[in-house]
Write a protein of this length. Structure first.
Ligand code: PMP
Length: 354
């Protein structure tokens, strides 16, 4: 640490991203919930020599073509959409903009581990609400909160989803609080809260191109909500980094959003692979939380989460392990191709001596 760092950041513990191995080689990478399938076919044809030459020019700060494609996809007005450099940046804008009178942000105790980091960096008070015994989120625990509420649906790393009526329950009991639903994984089997946007002016839905649209490396996220909320987020964005999406990301995202057929085909493949994989893992004695995401959270009585993680890593298979209270016996496994899941199952058989 240098002597120049601001006093308030001296204790800051940054977010720890999952391992991004430099040499991919023989690795089976199931640790950061990326999509195993390539981006929609149209993406490679829009990024041509001319587009590369055009990189000499700044990008469109409003990312108009992308924003329009997103609005059209969801049947919303363009003024109800804002894009950013990954949904992480959208979340950062939200934590900057909406801390309200109390400066409190409520979120589930076990959830996306970036939320506490954003609280620390923006000086908010994070309020962690425990999950139920079965790892589900209890909507009643969020009734009449005195601050902003952030819920991941489906939750991460559990994969468990709330029903749309449960989300509405939280919204209707918090008319004076902003409720943010982080839907990074919603396309793999959960119900989106987007249809509630016109009914609740206290709702912001956050989504990403990183998972169901195979563009994690392009860094595109967006928020959907009523016009006033989006205007506020634009005020933050234009005060921070107006050209936050690069020219290639805008083109790639637009193509990916328009190709609904490819989107449906790939997400349905992943859902099917997940269902098959869960059955096989359960047959080997693992308990798997009910997942509506492109990953599963699993534990075994016969092997600790840490040992299973380590032994898979020795076999060039990377999953995610969180050495944290209540979840330290679990590993989170991204759903890859059927072949990748078979490799993981083979390795598991070997590890468990079955
Ligand atoms: N929300 C959740 C719940 C996530 O797991 C992730 C991915 N790590 C993100 C948001 C951020 O994704 P991205 O910045 O790639 O859009």
């Amino acid at each position: 640490m240098s002597r120049f760092l601001n006093r308030e950041y001296k204790e800051l513990i940054p977010y720890t991203p999952g391992e991004q191995p430099k040499v991919k080689g023989r690795l089976v990478k199931l640790n950061t919930n990326e999509n195993p399938y390539p981006p929609a076919p149209g993406v490679s044809s829009v990024i041509n020599e001319k587009q590369l030459q055009d990189l000499k020019l700044y990008s469109d700060p409003e990312a108009s073509i992308l924003t329009e494609a997103i609005a059209e996809n969801f049947g919303l007005e363009k003024s109800q959409v804002i894009t950013a450099n990954g949904s992480d940046e959208i979340l950062a804008f939200i934590f900057m903009a909406f801390r309200g009178e109390t400066n409190k942000i409520y979120y589930p105790e076990i959830s996306y581990s970036f939320y506490p980091v954003y609280c620390d960096v923006f000086g908010a008070q994070g309020v962690k609400i425990p999950l139920r015994e079965d790892f589900s989120v209890s909507p009643e625990d969020y009734y009449d909160a005195d601050g902003t509420i952030v819920i991941t649906n489906p939750n991460a790393p559990t994969g468990m989803a709330l029903e749309i009526n449960q989300i509405e329950d939280i919204l209707s009991h918090n008319r004076e609080n902003l409720v943010v639903i982080d839907e990074a994984y919603v396309d793999f089997g959960a119900q989106s809260a987007v249809k509630l946007i016109d009914k609740y002016d206290n709702l912001l839905v956050v989504q990403t191109f990183s998972k169901s649209r195979s563009l994690a490396g392009a860094r595109i996220g967006y928020a959907l909500g009523n016009k006033e909320l989006i205007t506020d987020l634009n005020t933050i964005k234009f005060s921070f980094n107006p050209y936050n999406l690069d020219r290639l990301a805008i083109l790639a995202g637009t193509e990916a959003m328009k190709d609904k057929e490819y989107f449906d085909t790939t997400r349905n493949k992943i859902i099917k692979t997940r269902e098959d994989f869960v059955k096989s893992l359960e047959n080997m004695g693992f308990s798997v939380l009910p997942s509506n995401a492109n990953f599963v959270f699993a534990e075994s009585r016969e092997i600790s989460g840490e040992e299973y993680f380590t032994k898979l890593r020795e076999r060039n298979i990377i999953v995610r392990y969180f050495n944290k209270d209540k979840i330290s016996n679990f590993v989170r496994i991204t759903i890859g191709t059927p072949e990748e899941m078979d490799m993981l199952l083979e390795a598991t058989k070997e590890i468990m001596g079955k």
